[in-house]
Design a protein around this ligand. Structure first.
Ligand code: NDP
Length: 290
């Protein structure tokens, strides 16, 4: 049941932040970590050290994992398979949706259930308001332990499919890395022209802040699969990207990132979308690779 007692396995920066917040909120926390030294400071703060993985599992109905990936879970649990029966595992490690689904089956074979979670904040955001984690897996298991999970971050339950939390997580990462690289590339271009990161900040922020408006405008059209060229045309967009590539080349910086964007625009042109909106590139992305 929802007792204030939990096992936590994995004490990287994230797991350590989670352990501290749980202890602060008065939880009894049993810890196990591959590198035992990381447990010591937390034991001084009131945590209990489990000598074995089996002991860690036995200590509570709920075990939270914070590991590098799902492979680490198998490495840790394999020698303690017997102790898994009847347990709920909440895995807050990030990985692919497919690996999360496989892990749910692997645990089901050992009579344990898996709730998956994709944490949306760095360790400093654990226990802070406004932070959240995507969850998926059996709703009933999620509901039983929701109060405990809410100690770590806000919760956003996405559905029964254990892969869903990772689908949402990876969608966010897809946007995050591409956007942050676009920012770094723009900064390289700015610096080549004598503009510092500090000088760029208000301009970069204004550009990124304008994106939700664009997304909101195009969303109903995208859901209907319509890409009319009434507001923008792919051919115009391609000319614009070409200017970005040339500006980068003229500045003597690496143009690989906008060149990759240009290549995708070209593919859309080849597919006949010149007169449609650049949003028709969604069709280019969805088409299976040649
Ligand atoms: P780390 O990679 O630093 O955490 C590693 C933890 O996994 C350690 O406890 C480590 O043990 C353990 N581990 C890794 N491989 C094995 C193995 N083969 N066998 C046993 N234990 C293993 O990650 P973080 O703490 O930074 O993050 C944890 C998870 O949270 C990751 O999945 C990450 O993607 C996700 N996340 C992290 C964020 C961040 O900003 N840090 C933000 C959002 C999500 P040992 O101590 O012995 O090395």
């Amino acid at each position: 049941g929802p007792s204030k007692s939990v096992t936590l396995i994995g004490l990287g920066p994230m797991g350590q932040a989670m352990a501290r917040v749980l202890l602060d909120r008065g939880y009894a926390v049993t810890l196990w970590n591959r590198t035992p030294g990381k447990v010591e400071e937390l034991v001084r703060q009131g945590a209990v050290r489990a000598e074995t993985v089996g002991g860690a599992l036995d200590a509570n109905e709920l075990t939270i994992l914070s590991l590098t990936d799902y492979d680490a879970m198998y490495t840790i649990f394999e020698p303690a398979s017997e102790q898994l029966a009847g347990k709920t595992i909440v895995n807050l490690s990030s990985d692919t949706p497919a690996n999360a689904r496989k892990a749910a089956e692997w645990l089901a074979d050992r009579a344990a259930r898996l709730v998956t979670g994709g944490v949306q904040v760095p360790p400093s955001g654990i226990g802070q308001s406004g932070s959240y984690t995507y969850y998926s897996g059996p709703r009933e298991a999620f509901e039983v332990y929701k109060e405990t999970l809410k100690v770590l971050t806000g919760t956003d339950y996405r559905g029964e499919d254990p892969g869903l939390s990772m689908v949402y997580y990876q969608i966010q990462m897809d946007m995050f890395w591409t956007s942050m690289l676009s920012y770094l590339h723009a900064l390289a271009l700015a610096e080549a022209n004598g503009i510092s990161a500090e000088q760029l900040l208000p301009y970069a922020s204004a550009t990124l802040s304008s994106l939700p408006g664009f997304i909101a405008f195009y969303t109903p059209r995208l859901d209907e699969g319509l890409h009319p060229g009434d507001v923008d045309r792919l051919a115009m967009g391609m000319a614009s990207v070409q200017h970005v590539v040339h500006t980068a080349e003229d500045a003597g910086i690496d143009a690989a990132l906008p060149a990759a964007v240009l290549q995708i625009f070209r593919r859309g042109m080849d597919q006949g979308y010149a007169g449609n909106s650049f949003t028709s590139l969604i069709e280019t992305f969805k088409a299976a690779k040649v």
